[in-house]
Design a protein around this ligand. Structure first.
Ligand code: MRU
Length: 358
């Protein structure tokens, strides 16, 4: 547990002897309920329903998911488990396409498996695989706190008003968060924060999750509808916008929850600095820019029938992209666990991250 979070803050995900225990984020803030997944299909279902969500948390879940995939494939066929393992781990890596952390963690664990198999038989590699998943989780925890410390230095002292979008907090990571870790770190050093949380249509991660997290930590949170952000920036002092990221291309173009790009444009118009906070596992240096970032499209009913109540007539089409891409020129700085990256990003990103092996 990070010391940026209040004592007793629930764990987003936790490995247990029965499998991976997940805080069910679909039920927050009304209920704090946990589910334990012990197979790949159940984990993929939990990932796709957003029981566990947020790019770094998806990475952590993906690491543990590879352990589940190995167990399952090996139990089915101790001699010929490899094709089934490959099928399950591919399916897991594809469960959500935009957050690169998921595929990154699955591939890292698969490389670990290959290395372990060179020395040990199949029956003996699960331990090495689990150790790799735990390492991903622990590294994520540390990266979050470092992001928090670096990012807090970007905020002015005293009373500070921040706007954020979606949930880039402890719930979205294996630690204290990315964008919200910055706020937790600033809060810990006495900054008096007031945070506008965009509700984040259609699944309301800002309204349900971010305001829940922040108020639990004693930080003042005000939920606004996404469409109110311009009004707030125009009529109140907003010192900074800070958001997380699902995938950052080599030039700094950033995919994040749908609505982020609009917020960045509003911030530029109103002269508000726009910060992105993300660990190095969220960068995808194979993509020169954001054009080829895959954007997940989700079910029409998230918009047409929220809470099972019909809001859109059946004859009307619905378009539901879950993410958008903010172009790098709208981003004032990117906060990583290595430090603060500034434009020109093609240079600062390569300087800080190109040597990243995993
Ligand atoms: O669809 P979600 O809830 O998984 O989307 C999450 C986001 O867009 C977050 O802002 C992003 O993953 C960064 S989390 C630290």
């Amino acid at each position: 547990m990070s010391n940026l979070l209040p004592p007793g803050f629930p764990a987003t995900l936790e490995w247990t002897s029965d499998g991976l225990r997940l805080l069910d984020q679909t039920l927050l803030p009304a209920e704090e309920t946990y589910i334990t997944v012990s197979g790949t299909a159940a984990l993929i279902d939990a990932i796709q329903r957003l029981v566990v969500r947020g790019a770094p948390a998806l990475g952590c879940a993906g690491g543990y998911g590879v352990v589940l995939a190995f167990r399952e494939a090996f139990a089915r066929s101790p001699k010929k488990w490899q094709p089934e393992f490959k099928r399950l781990s591919e399916k897991l890596a594809d469960a959500r396409p935009t957050a690169v952390n998921l595929r990154w963690a699955v591939e890292r664990c698969c490389r670990k498996l290959t290395a372990a198999l060179a020395k040990k038989p199949g029956s003996a590699v699960e331990k090495a695989l689990l150790a790799e998943a735990v390492a991903i989780h622990e590294e994520d925890r540390e990266m979050c706190d470092r992001i928090g410390q670096f990012g807090a230095a970007l905020l002015p002292a005293g009373r500070v008003t921040v706007m954020t979008h979606c949930n880039a907090g402890a719930l979205a990571t294996g630690g204290s968060g990315t964008a919200l870790a910055v706020l937790y770190a600033a809060h810990a050093t006495g900054t008096r924060l007031s945070v506008f949380c965009d509700e984040t249509r259609p699944l309301l991660q800002g309204a349900r999750l971010t305001s829940w997290e922040l108020t639990r930590a004693g930080i003042a949170a005000t939920v606004i509808c996404d469409s109110m952000a311009a009004m707030v920036m125009r009529t109140r002092r907003v010192d900074a916008c800070i958001v997380g990221a699902d995938r950052i291309a080599a030039n700094g173009d950033t995919a994040n929850k749908i609505g982020t790009c609009g917020l960045a444009i509003l911030a530029r118009h109103h002269g508000v600095p726009f910060y992105v906070a993300a660990p190095s596992s969220t960068f995808d240096l194979t993509l020169p820019n954001g054009t080829d970032i895959p954007i997940e499209e989700r079910n029409r009913n998230e918009i047409a029938k929220p809470g099972d109540r019909l809001m859109v007539p059946d004859l009307a089409k619905v378009y539901n992209p879950a993410f958008d891409v903010t172009s790098a020129d709208l981003i004032t700085a990117i906060v990583t666990e290595r430090g603060i990256l500034r434009p020109p990003y093609p240079e600062s990103i390569v300087r800080e991250l190109a040597n990243e092996a995993d």
